[in-house]
Design a protein around this ligand. Structure first.
Ligand code: PLP
Length: 403
C-alpha cells in the first residue's frame, strides 16, 4: 500500500507540473459552459445570454433544426437508447443500414460504413488498407486524426508541403517502388479555410497511378453545387477513391463519422477496422439526426446557398473594413492578426460585446500567424453578420489591429 501510495503521490506531482507547464506556455484551453442549445444565439453559464455564436461547425444550422430533433426523438422511442453492442455482434439495426445507404447515395459511392466519430474513421482506415509494401503521402497540415491514423499503419510514410503540388509530385516519383500509393488530404483545412487543390492532386494521382483519400469534415453538406463536398466543387467526384467525413458538424452535429467508397473496401473495413470492430454502435437518436439532415440536404440546396451568401457578406465586409481573411469562399473565416496576445485580447473583448469567437495561436497554428477564427452558419441573420463585423471593427481599432 505504501509503495502504491508513493507512486500515486509521484504521479500527482508529475501531472501537476505538466499542467503548470501548459499554463506557463500560455496554451491552456478553457471551456466555456453553454446552457442552451447549439445555435447562433447562446446562453452561457454565469449569466451571459443572447451571445452571438461564431465558433461552431454548425455550418447549416441543423444542430437544433426542429425536424432533426423530432427525427432523433422518434428514433429514440422506436429503437431505444442504444445497442449495448458492437455492430457485428448484436449492434446493427435497420436504421444503421439505411443511413449507410443514404450516405453512399449522397456521395455517389458504392457503399458506406459508420463509426462513432470521424476521428475513429481516420484511425481505422489506414491500418486496415495499407501494408509495409504500400506508401501514404499526407499533406503536412492534415487534421490530427489523419496523422494519428497514419501513425497506426505500417505503410511507408511521406509528408508533402501544404498544398504544394511540386512537392507532392516529387514524393509521388520517389514512391514508385511501393505497391500502392495513397494521397491523403483534408478537403478543406479547418485552421485556414483553404481548399485542397483536388483537381491537381487527382491529375498527379492519375499520372503516377496513386489513389486519393479526402477528409471532408469541413466540406460535406455545403461545398459544391449540391453540397456533396470538395470533390463536387472541383469536378472530381469520379477521381477521389475514398471519403471520410463526420456527422458531427454540418450534418446535424450530433456525432458519428463514416467512410464511403468502393464496396470491397467497405467490406474489408467491417472485417478489419479496429475502431469499428471494438466500439459500440451509433445510438439510434444520433442516427436519426444524421439521416434527417441528409434528407433535408437532398431535398433542396437552399440552406447551403444561404450559408454561402452569408459567408460572402462577412468576408467582403471584413475585407472592406481592412482585415485580412484567410482562405476563399469557405465559412471558416480566419481573421489574421499575427500576434498571439492580440488575438487573445481581441477575442476576449469581442465576448465583452456579446460575440463569441476564439483566438488561435502557436502551437495550434504556426508562430506569428495567430488569428481569430470566425465560422459562419446558415442560421446567422444578415444583422448577426453585420453586428459581428461592427464589433470586430471597434475592437480592431481599439487594439491597433486597424488604423
Ligand atoms: N477530421 C477533421 C478535418 C476535423 O476537423 C475533425 C473534427 O474536428 C475530425 C476529423 C474528427 O471528427 P469527429 O468530431 O467526427 O471525430
Amino acid at each position: 500500500r505504501a509503495a502504491s501510495g508513493s507512486a500515486a503521490a509521484q504521479l500527482r506531482r508529475r501531472l501537476e507540473s505538466e499542467l503548470e507547464d501548459i499554463r506557463g506556455a500560455g496554451t491552456w484551453k478553457s471551456e466555456r459552459v453553454i446552457t442552451s442549445r447549439q445555435g447562433p444565439h447562446l446562453r452561457l453559464a454565469g449569466g451571459g445570454a443572447g451571445i452571438l455564436n461564431f465558433c461552431a461547425n454548425n455550418y447549416l444550422g441543423l444542430s437544433s433544426h426542429p425536424e432533426v430533433i423530432r427525427a432523433a426523438v422518434e428514433a429514440l422511442e422506436k429503437f431505444g437508447a442504444g445497442l449495448s453492442s458492437v455492430r457485428f455482434i448484436c449492434g446493427t439495426q435497420s436504421i444503421h443500414k439505411d443511413l449507410e445507404q443514404k450516405i453512399a447515395h449522397f456521395h455517389q459511392r458504392e457503399d458506406a460504413i459508420l463509426y462513432a466519430s470521424c476521428f475513429d474513421a481516420n484511425a481505422g482506415i489506414f491500418e486496415a488498407l495499407l501494408t509495409p509494401e504500400d506508401a501514404v503521402l499526407s499533406d503536412e497540415l492534415n487534421h490530427a486524426s489523419i496523422i494519428d491514423g497514419i501513425r497506426l499503419c505500417k505503410a511507408n510514410k511521406y509528408r508533402y508541403k501544404h498544398m504544394d503540388m511540386q512537392d507532392l509530385e516529387a514524393k509521388l516519383q520517389d514512391t514508385q517502388k511501393h505497391r500502392l500509393r495513397l494521397v491523403a488530404t483534408d478537403g478543406a483545412f479547418s485552421m485556414d479555410g483553404d481548399i485542397a487543390p483536388l483537381r491537381e492532386i487527382c491529375q498527379l494521382a492519375q499520372k503516377y497511378d496513386a489513389l486519393v483519400f479526402i477528409d471532408e469534415c469541413h466540406a460535406t453538406g455545403f461545398l459544391g453545387p449540391n453540397g456533396r463536398g470538395t470533390d463536387e466543387l472541383l469536378g472530381v467526384m469520379d477521381k477521389v477513391t475514398i471519403i471520410n467525413s463526420t456527422l458531427g458538424k454540418a450534418l446535424g452535429g450530433a456525432a458519428g463519422g463514416y467512410t464511403t467508397g468502393p464496396k470491397p473496401l467497405i467490406d474489408l473495413l467491417r472485417q478489419r477496422s479496429r475502431p469499428y470492430l471494438f466500439s459500440n454502435s451509433l445510438p439510434p437518436a444520433v442516427v436519426g439526426c444524421a439521416s434527417k439532415a441528409l434528407d433535408l440536404l437532398m431535398e433542396s440546396n437552399a440552406i447551403a446557398q444561404s450559408m454561402a451568401a452569408k459567408t460572402q457578406r462577412f468576408r467582403s465586409k471584413m475585407t472592406a473594413a481592412g482585415f485580412t481573411i484567410s482562405g476563399k469562399d469557405h465559412p471558416i473565416c480566419p481573421v489574421m492578426l499575427g500576434d498571439a496576445r492580440l488575438a487573445a485580447v481581441m477575442a476576449e473583448d469581442m465576448l465583452n460585446r456579446g460575440i463569441y469567437v476564439i483566438g488561435f495561436s502557436y502551437p495550434v497554428v504556426p508562430k506569428g500567424k495567430a488569428r481569430i477564427r470566425v465560422q459562419i452558419s446558415a442560421v446567422h441573420s444578415d444583422e448577426d453578420i453585420d453586428r459581428c463585423v461592427e464589433a470586430f471593427t471597434e475592437v480592431g481599432r481599439k487594439h491597433g489591429a486597424l488604423p
